[in-house]
Design a protein. Sequence first.
Length: 363
Amino acid sequence: MKKQTIYMKIEERVKLIKEVGEEIITEEELIKLLKEKNHPIAYDGFEPSGNVHIAQGLLRAININKMIKAGCKFKMLVADWHAWANNKLGGDLEKIQTAGKYYIEVWKACGLKTKDVEFIWSKDIVGDKNYWKIVMDVARENTVKRIIRCAQIMGRRESENLSASQILYPCMQTADIFYLKADIAQLGMDQRKVNMLAREIGEKIGFWKPVVVSHHMLMGLNKPPKSENAVERAIEMKMSKSKPETAIFMTDSEDDIKRKISKAYCPKKQVIDNPILEYCKYIIFEKFDSMKIERPKKFGGDLEIKTYKELEELYRKGELHPLDLKKSVAFYLNELLKPIRKHFKNGEAKELYEEVKKMKITR
């Protein structure tokens, strides 16, 4: 943690965190927290469940690095027992834990400040009776119906026939927040319901009301579904491992990326619900100072675009063709993923990747 972080103005720290949070509950509480603590604890967790797509890899690294820069002490929960409870990778705990090691290796390769992140495995906390006491306190304060309403945090629907382990899952995830002493629950919008549950019951069971900073869910590459509920829609739109053509994976080849981007949903002049523009906004302009669009002189010649806002305006006006944009996006994504592909060509990293490639993805 850089010493200068302590001396950042509250306004600067809030600005950085707002760049991460698509929704913050509440901004007033966040400001109060930052005034009281120079280094509040923020946490996220992930289910190790196979290959890593770009939202879990690059975008997550970008967001966590911003939280660290804003002065947060970041804890990342490797939720191997949660993935086991949710039957990921066929409920094979050994495979799940191998995938967890692979995720961490991906983040090392893509620029996450891993030295400033404390990785904590569920397997190392489930042996603590104090953890299970919190789980029980959460369970006792809630009805089964209330817990089932949190099913979407597992990628499930409330109407699904959930296993008993999946009923336990939201209680565990709520307990994680308090066991890890997290001031900020910094997870995706798809985890909103369990974070709100933690806010509802935290003080009732002797803890606190965590600030919720929910990051944006990067869209999948296919046409977005229609849904009136904003949160459910974001979950349905996100990229999925079970539909590999909807996602760019961190070890995709150059040809894979070109193929997927060329087929992606990207209607002319449409700037809302456009996955190609999302990649530009949340990844490319976060990593590059400008974006060059190469095109023939008869179509206006090459462009160098300095900001996402400028890009969006050009596209809205129809001054930039989808095919030219896609070609540029594929180029920049490949530039970002070259170091990752190189990292996994040798040694232990390669062995981990080879093991993960063999795994069958299960919901």
